[in-house]
Unconditional design. Structure first.
Length: 116
């Protein structure tokens, strides 16, 4: 992505600053209104975007159960992690906060129940 400008909207605070990022010599160069927290966010978003996975999976009795990861995972691994999460058996009786998988895909994040 060297020398290719990219526009990113910072989501750290309600100001939603629009920041232009250009990679020069492998390093992100930012232009626009950038606070220290926004700078960290934009650099991470450009170099290694991370997300929390939220989805629903079927329980043994066919109900949909809302789940999410308890931490961030690389955006480029979302589909792989989603496929694995969909195969995790969900018992008939589950509670909010219950951990279904402790170390999902070896990423150091747990998959937890958020809704029944």
């Amino acid at each position: 992505m060297d020398n290719e400008a990219k526009s990113v909207v910072c989501v750290i605070c309600p100001l939603s600053c629009k920041i232009t990022v250009e990679i020069k010599n492998g390093e992100p160069v930012l232009q626009g209104k950038v606070c220290p927290r926004g700078e960290l966010y934009v650099k991470s978003e450009v170099l290694n975007p991370l997300r929390i996975l939220t989805t629903t999976i079927k329980s043994e009795d066919g109900r949909r159960v809302a789940v999410r990861t308890d931490g961030l995972i690389p955006k480029d691994q979302m589909l792989e992690v989603l496929k694995v999460a969909k195969k995790i058996p969900v018992p008939h009786l589950v509670e909010r906060g219950q951990v279904l998988e402790q170390n999902l895909c070896g990423l150091g994040v747990a998959l937890i129940v958020t809704g029944i």
